[in-house]
Design a protein around this ligand. Structure first.
Ligand code: HEM
Length: 462
């Protein structure tokens, strides 16, 4: 059943697109009622969800991801002298939504993030004083995104003012909230893109990724293993590979100077990118052994057909492990190449007194698969190169303490070790981890304020 563009993507006005589901309404038809979660209340942090369920998959603790995701990027269209009122209006609608839904997967989680253009254009003086500073990198904690060695030359570095991330097991909650926010922000914040997607919840059967890709007629969909969490067949939310709750807060690891008022205490950094995935190249050009070498580490012993591969802190790869793999096999694995940057290299006592052991993961990934091409809706379809047919991809969302910390991770994924040594690969070479079957189309870094300052941050100090 090949879907038409009309059935998949939505053109026309942003308003209509915000209220539309397109193919994604299929997710709820395919699945049983969402699993029960528990827990109430709202954290001061915007990027944390309450009641995330931990389950054992193939003997490994896995965080069960939220089913539906939507991300709306936007630009400010109101004149600066109207932003104080806008700040109160947006805060009011967000507070109302916090009351309407519990902060759990079955309720709704909204994360509001702000781009460098917003800080530079509307609150430059206050930003000069209060934007967090990365002590290790000796630069701002929020800097412009860059093209990485494996990125194609035409990867778009975006300049949105804001991004709204919506996560829920109930798609209706997301559509209602997104419509309420942008109705209230008419003439103030204008959507520039809408991005939608889902994650498999590993609850048996074929699993959303395979069923959605099959329903959309995506090439290679039939090759996706049944029940897998992601299109590429491996679980990517095991507990050991995701940073513990507050580790990415600006203040936790001591990486960041928060300035005179610690205005952004409880905030964090978010990177957003869109990545196309070539499923046929992944499954037809590589057998299971090759895929394990690429996703994890060359020659890592793994049970044939496994989807969840243990990555405990005690076995995190070091720079010399990655260098040795490179010289022995001419290849690096995705998660092993990242671990010298994504894991703590020594025990760290956090600002709240928590002891984080060596090998603990830092980044909190919130990425989700998509059939968007590359977006569900775009205000500038030509610039965003909106395509006709559904395409397998990932909206990659990750929280790190700073932009530079994310850049160190992403460079490590290309074989640029945190110490600066470059393991030589041609861009997207077969040995360079996943990159050979990925193509990044868009990128931007954002700052995620704490909940109390999530609406038009610093405007009140300007
Ligand atoms: C389509 C693209 C991608 C897919 C399918 C993917 C999939 C995976 C998988 C299967 C793992 C192993 C996780 C586990 O063992 O739980 C992983 C780990 C990870 N990935 Fe990716 N990934 C992708 C892109 C990226 C990108 C662009 C980054 C950016 C830096 C990234 C950062 C990470 C990190 C930090 C880890 C954890 C490493 C660790 O500390 O063990 N991934 N990813």
């Amino acid at each position: 059943m090949k879907l038409t563009r009309k059935e998949l993507l939505v053109g026309g006005a942003a308003g209509a697109a915000l209220g539309a589901a397109g193919i994604y309404e299929l997710v709820d038809k395919l699945a049983d009622s969402p699993p029960g979660h528990f827990g109430e209340g709202r954290d001061p942090e915007q990027h944390l969800l309450d009641g995330m369920r931990i389950e054992k998959q193939e003997g490994v603790e896995v965080v069960v991801p939220v089913r539906h995701h939507q991300l709306v990027t936007a630009r400010v269209v109101a004149p600066p002298d109207q932003l104080r009122d806008a700040r109160a209006d947006l805060a009011a609608v967000l507070t109302k939504l916090d009351a309407d839904y519990p902060g759990t997967p079955e309720g709704l989680a909204i994360t509001v993030a702000w781009g460098l253009p917003y800080f530079q254009t509307y609150v430059a003086d206050a930003a000069e004083v209060h934007l967090p500073f990365d002590r290790r990198a000796k630069k701002r904690a929020l800097i412009d995104a860059i093209r990485f060695p494996s990125d194609p030359d035409d990867t778009l570095l975006e300049d949105n003012d804001a991004a709204f991330l919506f996560r829920s097991d109930n798609e209706e909650h997301i559509r209602t909230a997104a419509t309420e926010i942008f109705d209230r922000m008419k003439g103030v914040l204008e959507p520039t893109s809408i991005r939608k997607g889902f994650a498999g919840q590993m609850d048996g059967g074929k699993g959303f990724p395979k069923e959605m890709a099959t329903a959309a007629g995506v090439p290679g969909a039939d090759l996706i293993p049944d029940g897998s969490e992601l299109f590429l067949g491996f679980t990517s939310t095991q507990r050991n590979t995701l940073g513990p709750p507050r580790i990415v807060n600006f203040e936790t690891l001591g990486l960041v100077d928060l300035g005179p008022r610690s205005y952004f205490h409880g905030g964090t950094h978010m990177h957003l990118s869109h990545i196309f995935e070539d499923l046929e190249a992944w499954y037809l050009n590589q057998d299971f052994r090759d895929r394990v070498n690429t996703a994890f580490r060359p020659r890592l012993p793994v049970r044939p057909g496994a989807q969840t591969v243990p990555q405990p802190p005690s076995r995190a790869s070091s720079e010399s492990d990655v260098r040795r793999d490179y010289h022995r096999f001419g290849a690096i694995g995705h998660s092993s190449s990242l671990q010298p940057a994504s894991r703590l290299q020594q025990d760290v006592r956090g600002s709240d007194g928590t002891l984080y052991r060596k090998g603990t993961a830092i980044p909190q990934r919130a990425d989700f698969n998509t059939l968007d091409n590359p977006f569900f809706w775009s205000a500038d379809p030509k610039r965003d190169r909106m395509g006709e047919d559904p395409a397998a991809g990932l909206h990659f969302v990750v929280f790190n303490p700073t932009s530079d910390d994310f850049h160190r991770n992403r460079l490590a994924m290309d074989g640029v070790l945190p110490g600066g040594e470059k393991l030589q690969f041609a861009p997207r070479a077969a040995g360079q981890g996943f990159n050979s079957i990925l193509r990044t189309t868009h990128r931007q870094n954002f700052l995620v304020p704490p909940r109390r300052h999530r609406s038009f941050p610093l405007v009140e100090l300007t």
